[in-house]
Ligand binder design. Structure first.
Ligand code: DON
Length: 597
């Protein structure tokens, strides 16, 4: 045998051993070589701000898991997107534990103070005063985010809060350059921010919106984060900081007590889980309207065979399912610990088939519910401006053990209540506006609520935030978005796009349309429909209203493509976020907001 032939034989044998070894290894792990891998080939993060995505990457690089990264991302967003979320707000965290194949919903929603009353935002004539539920400390619910950070660290993360909060503490102390988006939202809330000296000091420069590029430092927020890093939830809900929060709120007309803070608890709830088009969808249960709404809309759509319809007929059917789901939202949904919600009935296939049958194939159904007064105001009170869609935040994370986080966090309106209790650095939410402050009257998102969402002491206000997973043999999607009342229909649009294939970049980019029962109008991005489609929908009896794409939120999506053995991530081009896919040896970040590996 020549030397070359010997070398070839050796190479063949080595290859054979490699193949046999990998075959044996896959069998030892309980799967054939063709079965999808049990863990993803990479980790990924998509968030609404590059500095937050970077904070999450730092935690993954330091040996943290998806939950460590989630704490770091949430805390960083609290610093760099003060108009969207923060320690003074709340939110929902949908978790999936890779090794246990188990999903958990962490409800860190704000709750009404114990002194709250159902008529607290009405004047002597019983008329709603919307500003009271939007501006200043009376508008603020008891925050849930600090308790959630502590809970994640104690139960699911690997590293202590001193590690996971470190990037946010540095960002708060050293500062970050503010961008045009910050300036636009600060300009819009300027008067409210000026009314709170501590908020003006923290977010303005000599009472004005700072110029672009100005480095915004928040030393008091850095100190509060350090307290939480050192003492966990007690650093926020008891002791000196809690007293400062309560004193500041009460001095400016609010009703918080120290008992409100010490009593606050996150609640772990079972997510809403259902099947659609071969995918298992896992989403937010009440007090979010998201999971129920998605189950209802997709349950109706399963009866309506969109695959056989043209674009106009499809949009008509999707809109009619939105209308019916938002009607049920208004009539039945609220805090599950305080109101009886007929969940099983609302999501029962027979009920949904009945709702679907009621949809006329070519005529819009007018929104005239028997259960609510016929003279419902349609839409926003004229003196309250509509908010943009990017003033709440969402991030999606996957780690290489298959752990996942979809988290949507909020302080509600841009810059929340615009109020900072002196000495705390904590900007308070105005989530109380998510209650039906006067059942039957629209809130700031034009949403009309019923008795189920009336204000009561200690009650959680109904939300639209819908962190969501979709899973099948093909892959696992992790997604969510801000966007006020449009959140649920945006997630619906994304799930419909996902069920047809494509990548996260396609789902976050898909043109959007929305109907919420009242006002009785299809809101849509200007390029969502052609002129012919608009005319055809109008001929069916639909009212259409094109709105600025910024009114829809900035979606963040991660996808583990099991079949293709790759991980992809995308941050909505409507926002300024960043998506990144991280392997242990390689880190990819591309300028167009979308990532793959
Ligand atoms: O919980 C909710 O449904 C609202 N507070 C979310 C607000 C929101 O998404 C604002 N962004 N446009």
């Amino acid at each position: 045998m020549t030397k070359a032939a010997r070398l070839l034989t050796l190479l063949r044998r080595t290859l054979l051993i490699c193949v046999l070894f990998s075959y044996g290894l896959s069998n030892a792990m309980g799967k054939s070589p063709n079965q999808p891998a049990a863990t993803p080939p990479a980790a990924a993060i998509a968030s609404a701000h590059p500095a937050a995505t970077k904070a999450g990457e730092q935690l993954l690089a330091a040996g943290g898991n998806a939950f460590d990264a989630a704490i770091a991302v949430a805390a960083a967003l609290a610093v760099v997107e003060p108009y969207s979320s923060g320690l003074g707000g709340g939110g929902f965290w949908l978790l999936h534990l890779g090794t246990e194949e188990r999903s958990i919903f962490v409800d860190a929603r704000e709750r009404a103070p114990l002194a709250a009353r159902r008529d607290m935002y009405l004047d002597h004539d019983g008329e709603l005063v919307p500003e009271l539920a939007l501006n200043g400390p009376l508008a603020a619910g008891i925050p849930g985010v600090p308790a959630a950070l502590d809970h994640l660290a104690a139960h699911y993360a690997r590293l202590p809060l001193s590690h996971s909060l470190a990037p946010a503490i540095a960002l708060a102390r050293e500062g970050f350059p503010i961008d045009a988006h910050y300036r636009r939202l600060a300009r819009w809330r300027l008067e409210v921010l000026r009314a709170s000296p501590a908020a003006a000091e923290q977010f303005l420069l000599a009472g004005e919106v700072p110029p672009e590029g100005h480095v915004l430092r928040q030393p008091e927020l850095a100190r509060t984060l350090e307290r939480i890093a050192a003492r966990g939830r007690d650093g926020f809900y008891s002791g000196e900081l809690a007293e400062q929060l309560v004193a500041g709120v009460r001095a400016a007309g609010g009703i918080w007590t120290t008992e409100d803070l010490s009593d606050y608890r996150i609640i772990e709830r079972a997510p809403i889980v259902f099947d659609f088009a071969g995918w298992t969808i896992t989403s937010a249960p009440p007090p979010s309207a998201g999971g129920v709404g998605l189950a209802q809309m997709l349950g109706m759509l399963a009866e309506l065979h969109l695959e056989d319809q043209d674009r106009v007929a499809s949009v008509h059917r999707i809109v009619e399912t939105m209308r019916r789901a938002y009607r049920d939202r208004a009539a039945f949904l609220g805090d599950p610990d305080q109101v009886e919600i007929p969940l099983a009935r609302l999501m029962h296939p027979y009920y949904l088939a009945g709702l679907a049958r009621d949809i006329h194939p070519t005529r819009a159904t007018p929104s005239l519910p028997p259960s609510l007064p016929a003279d419902l105001p349609s839409g926003l009170p004229s003196h309250v401006p509509a908010s943009e869609g990017q003033d709440t935040t969402h991030f999606s994370i996957l780690d290489d053990e298959g752990n996942r986080v979809a988290a949507t966090l909020s302080i509600n309106y841009p810059f929340g209540a615009g109020f900072v209790p002196p000495g705390t650095g904590v900007l308070l939410n105005d989530e109380m506006d998510d209650f039906a402050a006067q059942p039957g009257t629209a809130n700031v998102y034009g949403l009309v609520g019923g008795e189920a969402n009336a204000i009561a002491p200690g009650k959680r206000m109904l939300s639209s935030m819908s962190p969501t997973f979709a899973e099948s043999d093909q892959g696992v999607a992790i997604l969510g978005t801000p966007g006020g009342s449009r959140i649920i229909t945006m997630v619906l649009n994304a799930l419909l796009a996902l069920s047809k294939g494509g990548t996260p970049a396609d789902w976050v980019d898909a043109p959007r349309f929305h109907h919420q029962y009242l006002p009785d109008v299809i809101q849509h991005e200007p390029d969502a429909f052609t002129a012919e489609e608009t005319a055809a929908l109008a001929a069916m009896g639909h009212r259409l209203e094109p709105i600025d794409p910024k009114m829809f939120g900035n979606m963040q999506a991660v996808y583990w493509d099991r079949a293709g053995q790759r991980v992809l991530a995308a941050s909505d081009p409507r926002g300024q976020g960043a998506a990144s896919v991280v392997t242990s040896s390689l880190h990819l970040q591309m300028p167009d907001n979308s990532q793959q590996n």
